[in-house]
Design a protein around this ligand. Structure first.
Ligand code: D41
Length: 680
């Protein structure tokens, strides 16, 4: 690439930023993540500082916020709506505190009003004589758009304040946002109609507020939380701040008593040292909140101190957005590789130029299947947006089309298995392509054996993934049954395997032969037969040969077994090589105790439905479920009017709330343990 002159680069930045502004503010369809926009804007401002001659009146740096849409009338805010400065790290946050203390000339404890930073749109609501008369977007901070009709449709915004003892004019500032659940529903509807979904809840909220037809807005389920006050005074324009409390937090409570919604997470912190903990706590609970946030906003609580600190440019010196690490970043797709899973599914994996996103460095992301590659229209060499939210595995969100290099390469799906060269096949009803090699395929073999030995299956202590791969690569084993034929002498020939470890592994294999029917069924790795289904099959049929001989119809009588799973089970036992492995395993001495059939009086929880939620600390969720079921209880995944008991562990979320709503009895983990102890 040739080096651009500063002038050329500034022109390029103008063009790019203007384009991104248009996509973001007018189309509500951004094509790059916020961090990229921020980087370009920062670069432009720096260049303009170095070369003041390049700072023109039409530079995008000269206006913040969106251009007003033509169709809405304009509103000049009686007091400007300020913007917020950002910090991204604890160091930057501490530097902010230090600056404030220096300005205030005191290092005394400073109380903060701490709020989540809602990812929505800032608006100003104007009440005259307690009646909502006007609502406007923030716009550029001085002039916004009149969106009164749309705001009136938001259910949580009062059209009339609850108290008549208010100043003639009261402006309330806050954030309009779309709750996560409403966003999901809206996007699902969009997909069904073939419309383009919104990139995130903020764009959806923006798109909904910019409807010229407020009937559309009314259907969108928007919400609002107040975060400060604007002008307070009389109609002649005289400010009457004496009506307001002298604490920011108390002002929000004043608004609350007037009927304006206040975010329930807002806290008054007694001193600055509690801010970091607040930030961390909100970050930890981010996924459990019903609305999207992108950080916290921390505000000096004392209004006198706020006034003493004043403003820089358009941002107050007394407030700071302490933002979470960006969840979306740009990087380059360097290659696509194909992995073969346990059931032969061939998964395209994106190899990415490493990028820091959502708090970790990401260099791989799954591309799921062929349909996903088609949906993304992705090519190798493309610049892509990567998203990593919470503990969810990184996803490729989209391709930045205008950054495609001429050298970009088509992604070619293999027609044969990249590991065993067997042909691949795609079932009509599935999106995935599979290797047809079965246990001939080294990859499937490895995965099948890893699964067989894993903790929830036969739980072979000390047989890790790497060791399985080594054993298969050395041709020492080909099936799970071969594991039990390994001798300590053979094992000790492996690299990094001493006599002691070899003996230990052989002992672990002997111990693993004693199992349960449920674990054995699960260990076979039949497609879509997870732990719960395996346990249901064992309870229902009681013996392996009964399951092996069952028809699709008979299998469907089992809880959780539908047509697809029933067919997978029949297919599995119809394959000769699978039957051979099962026979071989039994010949190696795998065994399990007979399942006791409990009589009705041994099943005291028959007819009762339980739901488990949150984290249990003394037993696993699966264990709890199996033990409740053994006592005759039904264990369901969701709370409804038919639920008898909800067992709520740590960090129980929406299910607990729903149970409380419905008046369903709630048990603690200790209650559950006592219940099991009583009946088992
Ligand atoms: O939740 C928010 N997005 C939020 C935004 C908040 N909790 N507080 C805010 N406080 C302010 C000041 C300090 C200027 C009253 C804000 C914003 N401003 C804001 N939102 C958009 C631009 C500025």
């Amino acid at each position: 690439m040739t080096q651009l002159t500063s002038q050329e680069r500034v022109a390029q930045l103008h063009q790019q930023i203007n384009q991104y502004n248009h996509e973001y503010y007018v189309l509500d369809q951004p094509t790059v993540p916020d961090v990229e926009y921020d980087r370009l804007m920062r670069e432009l401002i720096e260049l303009e500082q170095q070369h003041p001659a390049l700072k023109t009146l039409d530079s995008p740096s000269q206006k913040v916020g969106g251009e007003a849409l033509k169709a809405f009338t304009q509103v000049t805010h009686q007091l400007p709506m300020l913007s917020l400065d950002n910090v991204f790290s604890e160091d930057e946050w501490q530097a902010f505190i230090k600056r404030i203390q220096e300005r205030l000339g005191s290092s005394k404890a400073l109380a903060f009003c701490a709020e989540p930073k809602l990812d929505g749109l800032a608006v100003s609501l104007r009440y005259e004589h307690g009646v909502l008369v006007q609502a406007a977007t923030r716009g550029d901070g001085s002039v916004g758009e009149n969106i009164t009709e749309n705001i009136r449709t938001i259910k949580s915004i009062p059209l009339k304040l609850r108290d008549s003892q208010v100043p003639e004019v009261l402006e309330v500032r806050g954030e309009v946002f779309m709750p996560k659940a409403s966003f999901e529903t809206l996007n699902q509807q969009a997909k069904q109609k073939g419309d383009k979904p919104f990139a995130n809840p903020r764009n959806a909220a923006a798109g909904s507020l910019r409807q010229l037809d407020s009937k559309i807005t009314a259907k969108r389920n928007l919400a609002f939380y107040a975060y400060s006050v604007g002008f307070v005074g009389d109609l002649a324009g005289n400010q009457q701040d004496q009506w307001l409390a002298n604490s920011h937090y108390q002002r929000l409570e004043q608004l609350k008593t007037l009927g304006l919604p206040m975010c329930p997470e807002v806290k008054l912190l007694a001193d600055q040292n509690q801010c970091q903990r607040f930030y961390q706590d909100i970050l930890n609970r981010r996924d459990d909140l019903s609305y999207e946030i992108d950080g916290t906003v921390l505000k000096v609580d004392d209004i006198a101190a706020q006034q003493q600190l004043g403003f820089v440019a358009r941002a107050p010196r007394w407030a700071m957005a302490y933002k979470f690490p960006a969840q979306e970043e740009l990087t380059v797709l360097e290659d696509v590789e194909f992995q073969v899973g346990r059931t032969g599914a061939i998964t395209p994996v994106a190899r990415l130029k490493p990028v820091f996103v959502g708090g970790v460095t990401v260099s791989n992301a799954t591309l799921h299947n062929q349909d996903e590659i088609a949906r993304l229209a992705i090519k190798i060499g493309d610049t892509v947006i990567i998203r990593r939210a919470g503990d969810v595995i990184p996803q490729v969100v989209s391709v930045v089309a205008d950054r495609r290099p001429v050298s970009a390469q088509e992604v070619v799906f293999p027609t044969e298995c990249p590991v065993c060269q067997s042909p691949v096949k795609k079932r009509e009803d599935e999106a995935v392509v599979r290797c047809t090699g079965g246990l001939v395929c080294q990859a499937q073999r490895k995965e099948a054996i890893k699964h067989f030995a894993s903790r929830k299956a036969l739980d072979v202590d000390g047989l890790g993934d790497k060791l399985v791969e080594q054993l298969v690569d050395e041709n020492m084993i080909g099936t799970p049954a071969d594991l039990f034929k390994l001798t300590a002498t053979e094992l000790s020939t492996l690299e990094r395997m001493g006599q002691k470890s070899a003996d230990k592994l052989v002992n672990a294999l002997v111990a693993a032969k004693q199992t349960t029917l449920a674990k054995f069924i699960y260990a076979l790795g039949i497609r879509e037969v997870g732990e719960a289904t395996a346990s249901n099959l064992a309870q229902h049929f009681l013996a392996l040969d009964k399951i092996q001989a069952a028809t699709i119809e008979q299998l469907q009588k089992v809880d959780d077994v539908g047509e697809v799973v029933a067919k997978n089970i029949v297919d599995f036992f119809n394959a000769q090589n699978n039957v051979e492995v099962v026979t071989d395993l039994l010949a190696q001495g795998i065994h399990w105790p007979e399942i006791e059939v409990k009589s009705a009086d041994q099943q005291p929880l028959t007819d009762l439905t339980y739901v488990l939620t949150g984290t249990l600390s003394q037993l696993s969720r699966n264990d709890a479920k199996a033990r409740l079921q053994a006592l005759g209880a039904k264990v369901s995944g969701s709370v409804s009017a038919k639920t008898h008991y909800l067992v709520a562990g740590e960090k129980a979320g929406s299910k607990l709330a729903k149970a409380q709503d419905l008046g369903v009895a709630v048990l603690t983990e200790d209650d559950l343990i006592a219940l099991l102890a009583e009946h088992e």
